[in-house]
Design a protein around this ligand. Sequence first.
Ligand code: GLV
Ligand code: MN
Ligand code: MN
Ligand code: MN
Length: 424
Amino acid sequence: MVHLARSRPIAVPPVETDKLIAELNALAAISDCPEPPPAVTRVVFSETDLRARDYLRSLYEAAGLEVRVDPIGNTFARWPGADPAAPAVGTGSHCDAIPHAGMYDGTVGVLGGLEAVRALKRAGFTPRRSIDVIMFTSEEPTRFGVGCTGSRAMSGAMAPTDLARLTDETGDDYDTVRQRAGFAGDLAGVALPAGAYHAFVELHIEQGPELEAANLPIGVVMAIAAPAQAEFVVTGEGGHAGAVLMPRRRDALSAAVEMIAAVERLALSSKSPDLVATVGRLAVHPGAVNSIPSRVGFSLDLRDIDGANRDAVLAAIEEETDAIASRRVVKVERRVLNADPPAACAEKIVDAVRRSAESLGLGYQQMISRAYHDSLFMARVAPMGMIFIPCRGGVSHRPDEYSSPEAIRAGVETLALTLAELAS
Ligand code: GLV
Ligand code: MN
Ligand code: MN
Ligand code: MN
């Protein structure tokens, strides 16, 4: 039994799991993926994103929450506390989904955050601090190349001028696209005022295999790994696939393939076992079977818990790709889109999550988040913590991503008690 100041004691928050799962399914049906749910595609500022936002708003309003939308669509659904002037407690996550994604990444933190609030209301709890369920705009980098644009801007990690200038594949800039989607107001108004949040805690599926392997329902996150992303463009010389003899070629794709193999080799030989490198996008120009590739673009996603080692590997990749370009007489250009430091979770939130899991009789382990989350940026403006729940096989960013109703319920109960403690 947890006794909370100014409230009735709550043993187990009365989470309505069936209702929450039905809402997750309804949200998953709002998708641009050619395949049916649970395959989901939901790209920021698309028609589909806007329909998902309308659906969320209807749920927030039905729950009696006060909704505020900032100039880039970050959405705050507030349960006002008894002391509305006190810094609030925030929870939440994202609802955008990469192409061909699953239906739990992010959504469990938004709809689960809402259900945690509803459960606390049902239990008759009165928070002293207001509790905000936040839906961050564009956690995924799909459209603008950089992830967490909503929380980056909220935390001041990205200046409004830099945000406005990001462009999508069609060349449209962020500022134009958000206005076309109906979001108005000065971008300078996105940054949170200092001290706006007393605490921020995000519920998320683990996206890795550790909790399932340990047969534990709760992960208490201690830190979030440092992510970096870069774009490479290799320019060689095109020509006729039959007429240009091999010694004379400056094939951009052959050079890029060698560079990508070097990325894998450097990652495998890194001194940190946590360093991971992924080339997930390749664009070949002109892309004809009988034409030598003249230009190739590829992406790099590089992460480590050790930010300095991540930077050292990035430097080694730059050196190695330069050497390959010079040997093959092609040009390589690089653009680092982001190289963010890691974030540590705050002790007071880690302790609150642990206490909540213990009082519910739920086993837990402390762990690192290898994926990044909006919490990486919220940590810059508030004490931050994260709660992980297991997902089947550790699978994520795939349609077969799955967390069971029981796993989700355990996460939402833990979140609810954590919010209650932090808001008391
Ligand atoms: C977020 O989706 C990430 O790529 O870690
Ligand atoms: Mn994701
Ligand atoms: Mn996510
Ligand atoms: Mn993500």
